[in-house]
Design a protein around this ligand. Structure first.
Ligand code: I3P
Length: 464
């Protein structure tokens, strides 16, 4: 018997057929007359295109805990009706860089959404802010050690609650609100303060990246978006259905679900959104990265094979995991579109932070969220803990991979040395000792170096 208020969810979001109509986002797209990728291209080299990423076959991660469940379930959405299209899921960090080059980059990053956009220098101009993967213009300069993020009632409520929660050490410190002209901002801690040439990675967590409420709205009143269709086509021209091609528009949940399926989100419950290494150029071409091997290679490249940093990340994630399991906030909130920000510097300081709570909403009062089960419509489960466990396992496997590769490299060196010794012995008998001794020593070193150059540090560069 069907309960009142039940929403019929189509078996496939592709069936959310929509009549072409002009939305605000479409207008934006038409105004600029280019897709975000085109904008990125126009803006220069600070963003790498997704198309450069090799598409590997779907990989069954050996430690993958769960696949996202079938979403074609009928149920009631009980989420609040707040407009979640608000500018959220932004990641902000600062880095040390040449001021002139920043100015240059800043001039280039005028598109509405540029992935790593520098928006601020601190008062002393020793550090700068960059915005990663979000809606541009969300951040403003503040005094040293703080940043200002455009006010969102949802995020503000989360940060306030988190300051009283066991998770407090894992989120940027909240410093209240600040008014600048007509705009209210949330003031929070600068997570990159004091770091030297920071390396930063953003991982979006969870198996689901859109709210149940967004899905319910799309089912009740489908709103086609041409900008999302364009983004989909630019990544995979075959992805839209015939109908979608005709309409040249898709709904947001359709796009978000497709993004989950082409990335590691649907398989592992997390995905890499962006990386910068030692304040270098921004890498953003991870949209089609879904295999564990590729992710491991990315971690190797990101940490430059530093086991101490990888181990520090695992330690931090494990303590965060323990806190999450105890957290009242976590038990009562559906955490959607939130990220983990990995930050380390050359000196070995490494931390992970929970950021972006613009779509983190209280679950209905009768629901106590587990976060370690597959989502079914109406449960509000996000799979956050499953994704976190997969992430921890992936980094641990990365450490193992680094160790194995080093051992292999060492073995190659030894073997090369032994081989040379063998040859030397033969040559001594032939009276060629002098020449070969010199070469043998050089060879030994050079073989070792070559072998090291073939460690995962190099393939990782291909991924990035
Ligand atoms: C965007 C990404 C954002 C989402 C945004 C998407 O896709 O999924 O998380 O913002 O929706 O376009 P992509 O990563 O492929 O660029 P929210 O998390 O705030 O929903 P939007 O276009 O409605 O801003």
């Amino acid at each position: 018997m069907e309960q009142p208020g039940h929403i019929h969810v189509e078996e496939n979001l592709q069936k959310l057929t929509v009549l072409p109509c002009e939305t605000e986002k479409e207008k934006k797209t038409q105004e600029s007359n280019m897709t975000p990728q085109n904008n990125d291209k126009e803006n220069g080299k600070s963003v790498e295109k997704d198309s450069s990423v090799d598409i590997l076959p779907v990989e069954e991660g050996k430690k993958t805990l769960v696949r996202q469940s079938d979403r074609s379930v009928s149920s009631t959405s009980t989420c609040s009706s707040v407009n979640y299209s608000s500018p959220e899921s932004d990641q902000v960090f600062s880095e040390e860089e040449e001021i002139q080059s920043k100015r240059k980059t800043l001039r280039k990053t005028k598109s509405w959404k540029t992935f790593f956009t520098m928006v601020h220098w601190s008062l002393k101009r020793h550090n700068s802010w960059v915005q990663l993967a979000g809606h541009e213009g969300n951040f403003k300069a503040s005094e040293r050690g703080h940043i200002l993020k455009k006010f969102s009632p949802i995020e503000n409520a989360c940060l306030e609650a988190l300051m009283e929660d066991i998770l407090r050490p894992y989120v940027p410190t909240y410093h209240g609100l600040e008014q600048r002209e007509e705009q209210t901002y949330i003031k929070m801690e600068d997570l990159l303060m004091g770091l030297e040439a920071a390396s930063i990675m953003d991982c979006k967590m969870g198996f689901r990246t859109y709210l149940e409420d967004e899905l319910a709205k799309a089912l009740l009143k489908p709103t086609p978006r041409k900008d999302l269709y364009n983004k989909m086509v630019s990544l995979d021209p075959q992805a839209p259905t015939l109908e979608e091609h005709l309409q040249k528009a898709i709904t947001k949940p359709r796009y978000m679900q497709w993004r989950e399926s082409v990335s590691s989100t649907a398989l592992l419950g997390f995905r890499i959104e962006g990386v910068t290494i030692e304040a270098g150029s921004v890498k953003k071409n991870f949209k089609k990265m879904k295999g564990r091997e590729q992710i491991m290679e990315t971690f190797v490249t990101f940490t430059k094979s530093r086991k101490d940093i990888l181990a520090a990340y695992v330690k931090r994630l494990e303590s965060m995991q323990a806190a999450l399991k105890e957290s009242e906030f976590f038990r009562t909130h559906e955490v959607i579109g939130s990220s983990l920000l990995f930050v380390h510097d050359r000196r070995g300081s490494a931390k992970v932070w929970m950021i972006d709570f613009g779509k983190t909403t209280p679950a209905p009062a009768h629901i106590s969220l587990r976060h370690d089960v597959a989502w079914e419509l109406g449960t509000h489960e996000d799979g956050y803990l499953l994704g976190l466990q997969n992430l921890i396992d992936t980094i641990q496997d990365t450490i193992q991979m680094v160790e194995d590769t080093r051992e292999e490299a060492d073995d190659s060196s030894v073997q090369a040395g032994e081989q040379n010794i063998g040859e030397n012995e033969k040559m001594m008998l032939k009276g060629e000792t002098e020449v070969k001794t010199t070469n043998g020593e050089n060879n030994e070193v050079s073989v070792g170096e070559d072998a090291l150059m073939m460690t995962p540090t190099q393939p990782g560069n291909r991924v990035l």
